[in-house]
Each structure stands twice: as C-alpha cells, then as structure tokens.
Design a protein around this ligand. Structure first.
Ligand SMILES: [Zn+2]
Length: 588
C-alpha cells in the first residue's frame, strides 16, 4: 500500500484553514480566540462545538467529538484518511504523488459529473441551440447563463455517454452518477437528460453532485427532471444554490428557501444571494438540519393560494422543530419570483423577502378566516394551529405565538396553552383538558396565585413567616412549593427547587415559572396579604360550620358552643378590619 509522505500531510495540515473548512457546514461565530457553532455530529440547540484556528483543531463539549482538518473531513464526508488528505491537498493546490490507492469511491463519480457539466456547457456554447433560445426567451442574458453555469443536454441519446467514453470514465460510473441509464433491451447505456436546459447542483465544497433539467420541447414531460440519487447526490439534504449562497447566508444570517431553479436564480439576480432551492423534493428534516447549522433564520416564498399556503405549512412542520425562525413572503397571485422580477423589478422581489412576516401569522390568519363565529369553529381554529405551535422548541416563542392565536380567535391564552400541550402529546388538540383542573375552585386558584407571587418574589416569603401563614396552608403541591420558598427565602432558585420537589409540585413550579405576565412586587405583596386573610376567614368559617353541626347533637354543651361561636364572630371581624382601607374581595 502506498503512503502519502509525512511532509506532505504536514503541509496540507498547516495550510488548510480549519475555520473555513468547518464553516462550509457549520455557522461559526467568533468567541474570543476560537469559534463556536452547532455541532454537526450530534443534534443540539445551543452551540457546544468549538474550533480553534491556532491549534487547527475542533472539539465538541456535547459529544466529545474532536480532531483536526483531516478527521473533520473524514467524519463529515465519510472519507478514509488518505482520501481526506488528497481531497484537501487538491483544494490547496498541493501535489500528492500517485500511490495507486487512497482514492475515495466517490471520486470517479465526481469526475463523471464534472465532465457532464463541461459537456453540457460546451453544448450550450454552440450557436443556435434550444437551451439558449429558451433561456433568452425568458428574458435572461448570456452573461447570466455564464454566471449560473446553465447547460444544454441535446436531444440525443449518447452525448454524455460519448464524452465519458472519450475521457475513459467507465460507463458504470456514469450510471452511478445518475447521468446514464442502462438500455431496457440490449447492451449499452443512454443519457438520462435529453433535450433539456441543465442546472448543475453542487455540494458545499463546490463539486457537482447532480443536475436539474428543464424540458425544452412543448409537450415534453416531465417539465423538470433531476438526475436520481447517487452516492454523492442526496436529495433530502441537497440545495441548488450551494455553495454560492454560503457566504451570503453567513453575512445576512438568513437563508431564503424556494422550490425552483428559476426561483433561486431570480432571487440571486435581485441581489438576494442567500437563496437556496430544494431539488425536486419538498423540505425534509435533512434540509432543516443543513439550514440550522448555518443560520437560525429562514424566509420561505409562497403563492397566496390555498395550495401555496398548504405547502408553506408543510415546510413549517419540518423547519419549526429544528428551532428555525421562519418568515414567509407572499408572492402576488399566480406569480413566481422570476415573473415578479421581470414584471416589477428587483426592488419588488427584495421587498417580498425583506417584509416577510412570521410564517405562523399567515397560519393563524387562515385559521381565523375559516370562521370563528361558533364555539366549535373557535375550537377547530385553535386545534388546527396547535400542532405547529407545539413544534416550536423555544418556550418564549411558543407562548408569544399562542398569545397571538388566542387574541385572533378571541379566546383565553390558557385554553390555547392546553390545546398546545395536548398537541405536543400527539393528541387531538380539540380534546385538550387543562393540566391542573381549574374547576378546583377558588381555594386552588388563590393558592396557585400565592405560590406564583412567592416564586417571582421570594423575598416576600417573610410576610408569610411573620403571619404564621404556613399553618393556614392546606396540604398539596401548592403548600409544598410555598414551603420550599419559605425555606430558601430570597435565595430561592427555580432550577434547584425543581430537583427536590415531588413531581406534582415540580409541575406547578414549571407552569408558574414560564408564565410570562410579570407580577409587580407591590401587587404580589398585596396578593399575599389578601390570600392569607382569605385563608384565615376560611378557617373560621369551617370552624363555625362545625359548631353549628355540633349544636344539633343532643349531648352538646350548648352554652360552651355559643360562647365559642361568639368568639369566632369577633375573630372574623378582626380579620376583615385588619386592612380597613381595602375591603375584602378587592381584586388585585
Ligand atoms: Zn457534538
């Protein structure tokens, strides 16, 4: 087995820019002397993947994956060590002596696709071809054809097959690359793309992995044909527009995602170079992962009709769980980005992108537009949006959109929250039941509120201690949580407490801690006082009822009971008069 000389390996390692290499698949942000991003080797929502350019290494604190430029390339592209060295050396223009091994299985496939691209370009450059006529007929210039590297697959059966043969690339490689298909009858292969305008699809490193082809004949079907999946072309994560969009995505911290080749080209021509197009599939989780590593922000463009909205919502189902923030730009009816650019100019197209509102706002609007005039319609409207809300990992974002939905439908936010919780458990959101039955009555509600005041303002725990309020609290999760705050006082910490409480009290704590209507300290103090007073009165009333019961029994000492009742009556009055300027029952 031939080996690559050590000094060459060393040179490649020294010259390779690890930040640039990793940056092709991960959005990196400078953090002191190193860079940080989302780990490409495990799923995470907060970055724990570090790249250190001085040491030429990377390390993930989440999954302990670490290494150098070679190991990164090996892991990401599934290469052997020698393949990784060769691949990087080629990028850097460092010559590696041929040793007869170390060529990855993918290499000949890339050679085939690259050659096909050259061939399509040559055919396009020949005068009077159908592809150039079609291109220019759509109002696009020869310079744009050059820039976007479109090509022409002639309406012959063997253009690429011949080119591969002339370059001594095995037919099998052409077949693996998806360029050729075996003949049904007899031997030999024929070109898959024929009579089409071709679009090269590249990976993040700029290598051609596949092609899209637009039919040029009037009744040629299908209108768009892509080369099939191959060892290098995975449609579930491929984007047309890579790698040209990588730097713009970094720069604008945003990706614009469309469905068609011409859509992507129109956006790039309008100056929106961070645009990407899926290649003949709808958006998948693989696409979402690719996007999320590079940016958190995605803009989708869609047609305002029912089908467009449905497609947009399907994309949301995939993008929201990845933690992506999705906006949606509404195109004029019947117009794609290319039409809009042609008819109204680049500003109009840019405006659709720049002014795109949150995609969920469209969904909420549509749910409301279907009608909310009956209680059932309202429930249906909430239930139709709830699964999308449940998919949002960020509690803050989810609760804000839930609030918008509640407002739009005209119901209370807590009902939307219940529906979202049901949806996140995979249940029909219309069957949602509140997690803590709110029908528990005034006592449970008041205790909830008391607990919330204390969780938000633990320093107020003193008020309860001073009044010996602990004795007034009935057993239950609220009491447990309140006592935990009393114990910790001003040092109360939600995360630490959650570890020690029993599950019911932990649930309550979590529920209270995410409530985003902040309580003022003064209002919380008043609520605490009012609740303590109310609890005291409840205790007196319970005692009074008990005495009344006892009076009915024959053996009762009537005189003693009546004396006790009078004492309780005085106690009750004393409680009400403790705060004479605020009569009981005044809402806080
Ligand atoms: Zn990791």
């Amino acid at each position: 087995m031939g080996r690559i000389p050590d000094e060459i390996i060393q040179r490649v390692r020294d010259q390779a820019d690890i930040v640039e290499l990793v940056g092709r698949s991960v959005a990196l942000k400078r953090a002191g002397r190193s860079y940080k991003g989302l780990c490409p080797f495990h799923d995470e929502k907060t970055p724990s993947f570090h790249v250190n350019p001085d040491r030429g290494g990377y390390y993930c604190f989440g999954c302990q994956e670490g290494g150098d430029v070679f190991s990164f390339l090996m892991k990401v592209e599934g290469l052997a060590f020698v393949e990784a060295v060769r691949s990087l050396a080629r990028d850097l223009g460092i010559e590696v002596p041929e040793t007869g091994d170390g060529e990855s299985k993918a290499e000949p496939v890339y050679r085939a696709t690259e050659l096909a691209q050259e061939t399509y370009r040559e055919c396009y450059a020949a005068s009077g071809n159908d592809a150039a006529r079609y291109w220019e007929g759509r109002g696009l210039s020869p310079e744009d054809a050059e820039l976007f590297e479109v090509g022409f697959a002639p309406d012959a059966w063997d253009t690429v097959a011949k080119a591969l043969g002339a370059a001594r690339i095995a037919t099998a490689m052409g077949e693996q690359a998806g360029l050729l298909a075996p003949r049904q009858r007899g031997d030999g292969h024929y070109d898959r793309l024929r009579g089409r305008l071709t679009f090269p699809i590249r990976d993040a490193r700029g290598r051609v992995i596949g092609f899209g082809g637009r039919a040029l004949g009037e009744d040629q079907e299908p209108k768009y044909l892509n080369t099939p999946e191959s060892p290098v072309f995975r449609k579930r994560e491929a984007f047309y527009g890579l790698p040209a969009a990588l730097a713009p995505i970094r720069q604008h911290d945003r990706a614009v995602v469309v469905e068609g080749y011409f859509d992507r080209i129109a956006l790039a021509r309008a100056g929106v170079e961070e645009a990407l197009a899926t290649c003949g599939t709808s958006l998948t989780e693989g696409h979402a992962r690719q996007l999320r590593r590079r940016t958190r922000n995605v803009v989708l463009l869609f047609d305002g009709d029912e089908a467009g909205l449905r497609a947009m919502e399907r994309s949301l189902e995939v993008l929201l769980p990845a933690g992506l923030r999705v906006r949606a730009g509404l195109l004029p009816p019947g117009a794609d980005p290319h039409d809009l650019l042609t008819r109204e100019g680049p500003e109009a197209l840019r405006a659709v992108v720049e002014e795109a509102p949150a995609a969920l706002d469209f969904t909420i609007e549509r749910a409301v537009a279907r009608g909310i005039d009956t209680p059932w319609a309202k429930a249906d409207a909430v239930a139709s949006v709830a699964p999308l809300l449940a998919a949002i990992p960020s509690g803050v974002e989810r609760s804000e959109f839930s609030r918008r939905l509640a407002l739009a439908v005209g119901t209370e936010p807590r009902h939307v929250d219940d529906a979202v919780r049901a949806a996140s458990r995979g249940e029909d959101a219309r069957d949602a039941v509140p997690v803590t039955p709110r029908s528990l009555g005034p006592e449970a509600r008041k205790l909830d509120l008391l607990a919330r005041c204390l969780v938000e303002h633990p320093a107020l725990a003193e008020r309860i201690a001073a009044e010996e309020g602990e004795a007034l609290l009935p057993a239950g999760p609220q009491r447990e949580l309140i006592c935990a705050v009393l114990e910790a006082g001003a040092d109360f910490d939600v995360a630490r407490a959650a570890d020690r409480l029993d599950p019911e009290a932990t649930d309550l704590l979590r529920r209270l801690a995410v409530d985003d209507h902040a309580l003022e300290a003064a209002a919380a103090a008043r609520t605490i006082d009012d609740t303590l007073r109310w609890l005291r009165q409840q205790r007196v009333r319970a005692r009074q009822r008990e005495l009344t019961q006892r009076l009915r029994s024959e053996s009762a000492d009537a005189q003693a009971i009546l004396t006790e009742k009078e004492r309780l009556q005085r106690e009750k009055q004393a409680i009400s008069h403790r705060n004479p300027e605020r009569p009981m029952g005044t809402p806080v």
